[in-house]
Design a binder for this molecule. Structure first.
Ligand code: F6R
Length: 364
């Protein structure tokens, strides 16, 4: 049931404040602002690394998770696309644990990667939305995303719930490994608790984003740029746009611009820059200046401070609330989902059932 929405995707985008809140509450205790103890088949303090494997959007959530685990828990993460991981013959450290991220819990390549790690004898955690799935059954611990059923083929709420689980786990790992203090844990958990409220605010930007989507739907190619956790988000934005609007899009690390993609820049290639005012904002500004100098049209997704300091002419600037760094990926996911959604609506595509795609990819 779509309720009063035109598409499941639209409905699922709007469910995010609620499902993020449910998912976070499963892992975090907001009365004491602490991460809840988990019954894990390993001890975070004893691991020397973790492996994460997944496909598509789930893979991109894992890539953001890598930044968090490494930063907060000083725990190195090997992350792979499951279809590569399963054939790569990666040596698995005995002191590691492996995580598999999947909305459906049935993705063939992710399952094969899980079985590879199983045969290597490492503990296995599954971050899944469907608890009765094969991946959940074959893992040692299930770390659920509480997104509820996701019907639209393009993943939206499952993605932000995967991020919610990964952020909570990274905090837990940091506590276990002594890399974050009790004070830092309190602050991080409190910041995470604010994600649903900020998400609600961002959903109100619908009108601006819909108008922008009308312009975007006239282009054939779009480039997304971001640094740090905004780099996986740039790839997620490009994936979302191409899969439902069929507009060609690429997501790049902003620092890679000058190593190739800058050759593509002209007035026919809008560049969507995801850049909250964070520690490396200045670096992204210089990338924007390079784009602007070549006649590129910039769509900047940032916050108030970022908008004030960007010092480039943009085609459009989407200003999000100032949010703590830990929740930025969850909040910045929303405008890129909304932009892809409205662009697809203007293109007249079948938003919930894009051509050639299946919700659950149970073949290789
Ligand atoms: C993109 C999308 C896909 C899935 C991928 C993995 O919007 O939905 O890229 O993320 O097929 O699916 P799951 O998470 O079910 O393993």
């Amino acid at each position: 049931d779509k309720g009063n929405r035109r598409h499941f995707m639209e409905k699922e985008i709007h469910e995010q404040p609620e499902v993020i809140s449910h998912t976070l509450a499963h892992y975090l205790d907001f009365t004491s602002d602490s991460s809840k103890p988990l019954d894990l088949p390993f001890d975070f303090a004893k691991l020397d690394r973790i492996a994460i494997s997944a496909c598509g959007t789930a893979y991109l959530s894992g890539l953001i998770g890598k930044y968090w685990f490494e930063r907060l828990a000083r725990l190195p993460v090997d992350i792979d696309i499951a279809s590569e991981f399963r054939y790569r013959e990666m040596p698995i450290s005995k002191d590691s644990a492996a995580f598999f991220i999947s909305q459906s819990g049935e993705t063939a390549d992710t399952l094969a990667s899980l079985r590879y790690c199983r045969s290597a004898g490492v503990p296995i955690g599954a971050i899944v939305n469907v608890r009765e799935s094969t991946i959940a059954r074959e893992s040692d611990v299930v770390l659920p995303t509480l997104a509820g059923p996701e019907i639209g083929v393009a993943s939206t709420k499952a993605f932000t719930c995967q991020l919610s689980v990964l952020a909570s786990l990274a905090v837990r790992a940091g506590v276990a490994r002594g890399t974050i203090s009790r004070e830092q844990e309190k602050a991080l958990v409190h910041q995470l608790s604010e994600a649903p409220r900020f998400a609600t605010q961002v959903l109100k930007l619908e009108e601006q984003i819909e108008k922008l989507a009308r312009d975007l739907s006239r282009y054939h190619h779009v480039l997304y740029l971001g640094r740090d956790t905004n780099f996986p988000l740039a790839m997620e934005g490009a994936l979302k746009l191409k899969e439902i609007s069929y507009i060609h899009a690429e997501g790049y690390a902003a620092g890679e611009l000058k190593h190739g993609p800058i050759a593509l820049i002209d007035e026919n290639m809008p560049v969507i820059v995801i850049a909250p005012h964070d520690r490396i904002f200045e670096k992204t500004v210089s990338n924007m200046q390079e784009v602007a100098a070549r006649g590129g049209k910039i769509i900047l997704i940032t916050d108030k401070k970022g908008a004030a300091l960007a010092s480039v002419k943009t085609m459009e600037t989407i200003v999000l609330p100032d949010v703590p760094e830990i929740i930025a990926p969850l909040i910045y996911a929303l405008p890129i989902q909304m932009l892809a959604y409205f662009t697809a609506v203007f293109m007249g595509t079948d938003v919930d059932q894009p051509r050639n795609l299946a919700k659950s990819v149970t073949v290789e």
